[in-house]
Write a protein that binds this ligand. Structure first.
Ligand code: ATR
Length: 280
């Protein structure tokens, strides 16, 4: 009998995770299948317990369920997921325990490592203070980056910076409004965009323009629809290095795959699958 894996979310129709994981299972010859399930927040606990009862191999959680999951009695978040306050990967243990992890930050970290960014000591500007920014900022702060979070609503940036400072190194993390972006970028090594700017259908919007960037900057946009955002085009024009959000998607999935199976996933195939699905 096939071992079933899944992603829960709402909406969930456009998820690229089934294609990515099914390609991995298939090429490894594993008798497993990965489905997307529409689950509303109020049904999340029942759905997770149901999946556990039916012997699922593991789950991913996506919008709007990641933050709901940490509050559930049935899941024990691991320390990083607890700090982040969100779970994107659920692992069913052999003795009935259910553990929640957050692999989003690791996914972002791996995408930056691919671009030869030395995270420890790097000056990183993170635009946005939502759930994605939280996962990325906690991870990069843990790895010793010097981080400034900038956000339209400055209070959210300051609050996130304070949460991270409490858990890591206070003098290296700060929050700011968007108006500080230009001067911050002059000194920055990396810009990470976690805002919705540039995302379909608002493809002509960007958090920064070429004039504000420099050739030694690495620009990472977690938006991957469209594949090349306006921010990445502006970065190229400035001679900066660019990192696609697709990599974060693939690497968070690869880490989930490792947690569920203990097997090394075919990461290059997963990248190719996701890339082709987006171009189709
Ligand atoms: P996610 O969980 O995907 O990070 P989110 O929690 O909705 O999503 O956060 C979206 C982020 O994009 C927020 O930082 C938001 O800024 P506010 O906190 O001020 O709302 C930012 N954002 C969304 N639209 C924006 C816009 N037009 N200009 C600037 N920032 C924007």
């Amino acid at each position: 009998m096939k071992l079933v894996f899944g992603v829960f979310g709402d909406p969930i129709g456009h998820s690229l995770s089934p294609a990515m994981h099914n390609a991995a299972f298939s090429t490894l010859g594993m008798d497993c299948v990965y489905h997307a399930f529409r689950v509303r927040p109020e049904n999340l606990e029942k759905a997770i317990l149901g999946a556990e009862a039916m012997g699922f191999g593991g789950l991913n959680l996506t919008v709007p369920l990641k933050e709901t999951a940490v509050k559930l009695a049935c899941i024990k978040p691991d320390p990083l997921a607890k700090k982040i306050g969100a779970i994107n990967t659920v692992v069913f243990g052999t003795s009935g325990e259910i553990t929640g992890y957050n692999t989003d930050g690791l996914g972002a970290k791996q995408a930056l490592l691919d671009a030869a960014v030395e995270i420890g000591g790097s000056k990183i500007v993170i635009a946005g203070a939502g759930g994605a920014a939280r996962a990325i900022a906690f991870q990069l702060a843990t790895d010793g980056a010097d981080i400034t979070i900038i956000n339209r609503t400055v209070e959210r940036a300051i609050e996130l910076a304070r949460d991270i400072s409490d858990a890591t190194c206070p003098e290296k993390i700060r929050g700011n409004g968007l108006s500080g972006l230009k001067s911050l970028l002059k000194e920055a090594d990396v810009l990470v965009n976690t805002t919705a700017l540039g995302m379909h259908p608002n493809i002509d919007t960007t958090i920064a323009t070429a004039e504000e960037m420099h050739p030694d900057l690495t620009v990472f946009d977690i938006v991957y629809n469209p594949l090349e955002t306006k921010l990445l085009r502006e970065a190229k024009e400035a001679g900066a290095k660019t990192v696609s959000g697709i990599l974060m998607l693939v690497y968070q999935g690869a880490e989930a795959f490792r947690l569920w199976t203990g097997i090394e996933p075919p990461v290059e195939l997963m990248k190719k699958t996701v890339f082709e699905a987006l171009q189709a």
